[in-house]
Every structure is written in structure tokens, then in C-alpha cells.
Design a protein around this ligand. Sequence first.
Ligand code: SF4
Ligand code: SF4
Length: 715
Amino acid sequence: MPPKDLKTYRREVAGALSDRFLRRAMDNFAVTYRSGRDRVFAGMDVETLVQDIARLKSLAIGQIDSLLEQFKANAERAGVQVHLASTAQEANAIIHAIARDNDARRVVKSKSMTAEETGLNRYLEDRGIEVTETDLGEWIVQLRREGPSHMVMPAIHLSRHQVAGLFGQVTGKAQNADIEALVKVARRELRQKFFDADMGITGANFALADTGAIGLVTNEGNARLVTSLPAVHVALVGLEKLVPSLDEALRILRVLPRNATGQAISSYVTWITGATECTVSPGGRKRMHVVFLDNGRRDLAQDPIFSPVLRCVRCGACANVCPIYRMVGGHRFGHIYIGAVGLILTYFFHGRDRARHLVQNCLNCGACRSVCAAGIDLPHLIQEVHARITDEEGHPLKGLLLSHMLTHRRVFHGLLKTARALQPPATEATPYLRHLPHIFSEEHRFRALPALAQRAFRDQWPEIRRRTRSPRAHVALFAGCLQDFVYPKHLTAACDLLARLEVAVSFPMDQSCCGLPALMMGETRSARQVARMNLEAMAATGADHVVTLCASCASHLKNTYPALLGSNPALSAQLAAFAERVVPFSVYLNDILGVTAAEIRSPATSVTWHAPCHLCRGLGVRRAPLELIRKAGHRLLRAAEEETCCGFGGTYSSRFPRISAEILSRKLDDAIKTHARVLVTECPGCILQLRGGVVKRKDHLLIRHLAELLADVKR
Ligand code: SF4
Ligand code: SF4
């Protein structure tokens, strides 16, 4: 299949959004997966288990060559032939040669993502070999001549009615759309294939160096038939599956099924050491081959930025929780490998052309990182792939302009002031752009866009600034562009409250955009430059804490600055101290200042909460804002999926407006169902998205920043 251009990709994505069955199936799955996962991990220290996997896999990746050597020696001693393929093409050729040498014309296969990566089925079929997938879901997608739409559940995108129709065509008889009946049809059709097969092909979840054994984790038992009935068994295994021993494999197994499908254990875990007796021709010797696939893995293992991606244990959880995957399914959210890890692996295994648009289809919401069995910082690596592609292909004009503006603060702020002067007057009552600029298409009209404020916060600062005689603390306020130029009211509310609480506030004028938009556009160099500017501006204040009312800025300042600037040893101490001092507004008030109910008691109202991605997952802040809402005397009504992204994602919402609109609509529906009067959040990006949606939909729901809510103190 040739690579797609952006227009085609967007059209396909839009098509997936109108597939009602897909949407319902994905919604049901997303909700049941989360509750199932929570249930099976209850009482377990998931973080420690994940850190353990990250550590053991990192060690294994660092020793791929020696583990391979050890595996080879042990497996060969047990009668297995071990091969190493440098490329996908070479792996296919080796397997074809094995089939030819054994006169194998019919192959049965158990599900293997590595075989999908190499395109093995088509390769063998083109050479006259019949290949039958024997995992139910994989067989279904094979019959439809399409790829899996999930790493663990390949046919999740299909309804039982679609499967009944398909089985009707295969068997020549109409089939009942009853799941049990359909499973029986598959069993009947596949049984003879197992007996007739000359060769079985599997993947492997583990390759144990100290014994030369492979481990297979499955739910249907078909892999046991594939490995035991035919006279020849070939396992195609990515080099990253090598681990030193059974001990490491068992530690991964504690997490793998729980994270993949919310099951405490898989139905079948099979360990195969060496070629055994042949089941179909007793006394005959079974022949077993293990083909290791490199396909760039050894280079990846040396890459200081991307090597963590090899820790992946293919549990598929990063797709299960991804809001984009939930909207469009795996065929539109990956190439062969899907979900967050798929966006990254596509670049390395299938090339830049396949990855170019995919890596832009990420909200940077962090949901994937929060469930990754191997503790991989997936959103960061997606951004890194985007940046790499941008560097390789040349920076688009949009990115260059943004970079120039952000790295020249005065030019940037001057432009914003000019834009404000040129925009049609916006009133207090309707502070929105009456007409969207021409660059926006019809698809962007799902939300009203706010006008720039008449006076930026930085212009109001000299009047707002309060002198506190004997302050109990001193903070520096980091505004971020949205609050400085669009929502200065959030900041003035915060300043009011902080003044009442006897906290001295500094606002360094040399601060600029946090740099996240530049990073999201693959402009890493500019992101680094503004990070340095902000670091200096904040250091000059000598404040105890750097407080920000924007969760995205807070997470970027605290988590990403050290990674962006960390290669400079001269900055490391300053960076560590800076990251330590950055706190979101809610944490500062609740946990550091310890405000009491009496200090923030407000006229009571009913409130529901939207947890910004960068606050709850980026910074792990969940308790502080809710405690503040309760302390202020409000009735808190919790919405379903409170922590799911609102669909803003900075520049994402203008790149993929239809997906953004769908996610937003669901978020607002959940908030409305609580019957709360006010929806509160702590990120101006979320406010822009949520308020814009409410205005368009004419919902009776007030959208407020936490600072605005808390500044309404009863006096
Ligand atoms: S960061 Fe969010 S949108 Fe991006 S891949 Fe991860 S879960 Fe999906
Ligand atoms: S990246 Fe993490 S969550 Fe995604 S499949 Fe791999 S181990 Fe699972």
C-alpha cells in the first residue's frame, strides 16, 4: 500500500468517525477495560511492578548481542536451528527457505505482530504457500484481507453480524450471528487446517537466553496446536524479546495479561524448549527453527532517546486508553503496530512516509504513559519522532514562523497586541470572535474561539501588583500565553486571592510562552531556547515557588525543561531547583499554603470537575483541586470519565478538528449529566475548548478556572 497524503489520512479518519458500530464498540471496550484493569491490579503496587519491568527490559536491551549468543548456544544444544535476519525481507526469505527445504505447502499460524511487521503471509502466499491464521480474530481479518486493528484483539472493529456475513461467504451457508455459533464455525473450519499443515509459525513473547526456550502467551490455545501438530515449527521473534531467564519472563507475566485485557492470568502460557517428538508422526523428529528479527532493533538499542521503546511487551494498553484510538480505531491509528507505541515503531520499522501524519495525530494527553507496562514515556517519544521527521524533511513555514515568534518575545507580544487592535470588538458579554479567520474551514466551527483580551495581564500588572507588608511567602507567577493574552481574569483572580492570603507575587516581564506549542510542532530547538529564557526570568525573582494556573505549562516547566536542557551540565543544579519550585496553583494553595475552609469559603454552588491531562497524569495532581472545591463549600458532583482529555491538545484541535470536536462533545455530555451549574478546571487550554463548545451548543453550564471560583470568597 502506498503511503497516504495528509488529505487522504484526514478523510479516512473522518470516515472512521462516522462508523457507528466502531464508535460503540470502542466506547464499551474503553470503559470495561479501565474498570477491569483497576480490578485486577487492586492491592498491587503497579508502579513498582512497572519500574521493575522497565529496569529488567533496559538491562536486556543493553545486552542483546550476548543474550542472543547465549540463546543460540542453548537452543542449538536442544536441537533448534537459530537464525538472525537483519531485515524484514531477510526474515521472510529465511522462513520461505525453511518451508521449501521441508516441502511445506500448507502453513498454520498463530498470531504474531512480528510476522505482520515483515508482511510474512503475503510473502509466502505469493510463493504458492497456503497460510491460515488460526487465532479467531486474526483469521477473521485475514479473510477480510486487512490487518489487525488491535495488537491483542485484532478484530475488535467488527460486529458479530459482519463476522456472520463473512463466515457465510466462507462456508457457503448463511450463519447465525450468535457468538458461540460463530466460534464453532471457526473451530470446524480450522480443525482440518491444523491436521493438514506441514509447518506451523508462531511469534514468541519471550526468548529465554539461559535455556534457549521460547514462551507464548495466548488465550485460545491455538498456538499449542500450531507448535505441536505440524512437523516443522518456526518461531519469528523480535530481538527485543530476549531476556536472561524465566525469572524475568515471570516478572513481566505478572503485569502482561492484567494490563492487556484486565485478566489476572492468560488462558495459556506455553514454554517450548527444543524440538520435541512429532505428535502427528510418532517417533518422527520435530524440526524447530527460531528466526530472530533485527530490522533496526540493534541500532534502536543504541539510541539514547529511543531505546526505551524496545521495552514494550506488546500488551496493547497504550491503545486501550488512548482517546484518539477510541475515536478512529487501529486501522487509522497506526500502520502495522497501532496505538501510541505504533506511532513510534512505524517510523523505525516502516519508514518516515508511513509515520509522518500519524505522529501528528496525538493529543499529548499522557493516558498511554500512565498505563504502559514498561514505563515508556510514549508521548515524549512521539514528539521526538515528530521533531526528527521535521528535521529530516525541513521545517514547514508555519513551524518556522512560530519558532521565530516564540524565541523573540518582544516580536511575539507585539504581534499579539497588533492582532488585538485589528480584531473586531469583542464585548464583555460575548468575548468571542464573531467570524473565524478564513484559514479555518467549516470543520473548525465546533467551538467559539475567544477574542484576545482588551488588555493583556502583563499590561495590567503595574496596577494589579499589591505590596504585601510582611508576606507569609513569595511566589513568581508564570502566566503562559493563553492566560496572559486571552484569559487575564484567571490571573487577576489568583492575584486577588494570593494578596488576601498575604502572599507576595512577582511577575517577571521577561517570561514568554512555555515552549510546548513549539515542541508539539517538532520545533525542539526553539522549545529549548524559550525554556532557557524562562528559566532565567524566573530565577531572577528569588521567589520560593513558581506558581502557574496552566496545568500544561506547569507540567512542561517541571517535567520537560529538565529533559530539554539536561544535556548542559552547567544548568543541571539550576534545573533541578527550578523543577522543584514549579507548582500548579491548586497544589500551592492547598498543600503548600494549607489554606483553610474559612479563608476561601464562597457562595455555595454545584460544581463538577474536569481534570486536565497535564495536571492529573502529567503531574499526578488529583486531590488538591477537589479538596479546595470542597473547602470553598461547593457541592462537588463527579462526572464520568473525569480524567479523559477534553480534545484540546494545543495545536492538535486545529490539525484534527473533527476528532477534537467528538472528544469535546462527549466530555460536555458527561458534565451536563451531573446537573452541576459550573464546570471547573485548572488549565486555560481546557477552558478555551470547553467554553467554546458550551457556547456553540448553547449548554447551560458555566466554565470557570479554579482561581475564578475560589476568588469569589464570601466577605
Ligand atoms: S498521548 Fe494521548 S493521544 Fe497521544 S498517543 Fe498517548 S494516549 Fe493517545
Ligand atoms: S508501549 Fe507500553 S502500553 Fe503500549 S503495548 Fe508496549 S508495553 Fe503495552
